[in-house]
Design a protein around this ligand. Structure first.
Ligand SMILES: Nc1ncnc2c1ncn2[C@@H]1O[C@H](COP(=O)(O)OP(=O)(O)O)[C@@H](O)[C@H]1O
Ligand SMILES: [Mg+2]
Length: 331
């Protein structure tokens, strides 16, 4: 299962991403990977990372994938002859023959380079702007690293990848949402959050992206009704307002780092949400492949240069590799 969490800044994306990761890992026995796709980089903190987690023993602090694009491109290109110095992997490049296609749980070099392990959760970060980026790059160039990663590393049914996205509508300038089984939009019962949700969901609809709506920081059923009436649709899951989250954020309060310390009402809400997520249809490989090729063609024809169309290998199905793995070895 692969999920992305969207929402206005300050609505609870990072809080929810961390809770889903910890809940699936601790109560659902899932192997989980969080991807901090925001430049605010709060997911490690939200997961309760200690200095020693971040230092990773002899390995030292992890690299950020968005600031390590050259290595990332070369690594996943593998021996694919259609990826060359002249035609490097761009974010929409579909995998081809020779590309490095990995099961999430495979021991692999990317893990040593990028992963920080925090109490059962593996975490990678896209990273913040660096000195070299000022006045030159927008954040898209970094979130492209998530697209490259998610096209080459595939999880199986007892594994979950959750991406804590940056706020805003930028994501619609990329095909990223089509790579997830579930796209979750987080909304709080505040005027600004709801008005952002109206706007975002309208764009999602136009782009053909189904969004699950999660209302959080909710104090009453009336608030849920008000959100539903403003948005003209049902809320799919509700996370109540709770002291657990207040304690996790206020600097003078002692911090519960793991969701196992949450109140019964929060555990109950997360149980319902994760039940819903587990009922999402499994990857439709054909649909994903069709969309990958479509988006790459559009990118090549619109702005990257038509020569990038040469990276598409007709008839090559990257997912046959995973479909051939017997189900018993996936669980
Ligand atoms: N269900 C909730 N109950 C109480 N506070 C919440 C709840 N969900 C989120 N919050 C608070 O909202 C604030 C913003 O959350 P955060 O996850 O950092 O937002 P984002 O990542 O969208 O910017 C934090 O102070 C967090 O504790
Ligand atoms: Mg955040």
């Amino acid at each position: 299962m692969r999920l992305a969490v969207y929402g206005k800044g300050g609505t609870g994306k990072t809080t929810l991403s961390a809770c889903i990761l910890q809940f699936l890992n601790y109560f659902g026995d899932f192997r989980v990977l969080g991807i901090d796709g925001d430049h605010n980089l709060h997911l490690a903190q939200e997961l309760g990372a200690t200095e020693s987690d971040l230092q990773r023993g002899n390995l030292g602090t992890a690299l950020d994938i968005g600031n390590d694009l050259e290595w990332l491109r070369g690594y996943f290109a593998g021996t694919n002859p259609f990826i060359t110095a002249d035609l490097p992997i761009i974010k929409t490049t579909p995998p081809g023959k020779g590309s490095r296609l990995l099961q999430f749980s495979d021991p692999a070099e990317w893990r040593e380079r990028y992963v920080t392990f925090i109490d059962g959760v593996e975490l990678i970060r896209v990273g913040d702007f660096t000195e070299n980026d000022y006045r030159k790059k927008c954040f898209h160039s970094k979130t492209g690293s998530i697209e490259i990663f998610l096209k080459h590393v595939w999880e199986s049914s007892n594994e979950a990848i959750v991406v804590d996205m940056s706020a805003g509508k930028d994501v619609f300038a990329s095909p990223l949402p089509s790579l997830f089984d579930g796209n979750l939009y987080v909304v709080k019962p505040t005027r600004k959050s709801v008005s952002n949700a109206v706007d975002f969901l309208c764009h999602a609809h136009k782009f053909g992206v189904d969004m699950l709506l999660v209302a959080t920081d909710v104090c009453s059923n009336e608030e849920v009704n008000a959100i539903e009436s403003c948005l003209g649709r049902k809320v799919d899951a509700v996370i109540p307002h709770d002291e657990f989250f207040v304690k996790r954020d206020r600097i003078l309060l002692s911090r519960p780092n793991h969701v196992r310390e949450a109140s019964f009402q929060i555990l109950d809400a997360l149980y319902s949400l994760t039940e819903l997520l587990q009922q999402l249809p499994a990857h439709n490989w054909d649909k994903i492949l069709t969309k990958m090729i479509y988006h790459h063609e559009e990118t090549a024809n619109d702005w990257a240069g038509t020569k990038f169309n040469a990276q598409i290998q007709p008839g090559f199905n990257p997912f046959e590799h995973f479909q051939k793995i017997p189900v018993s070895s996936l669980s």
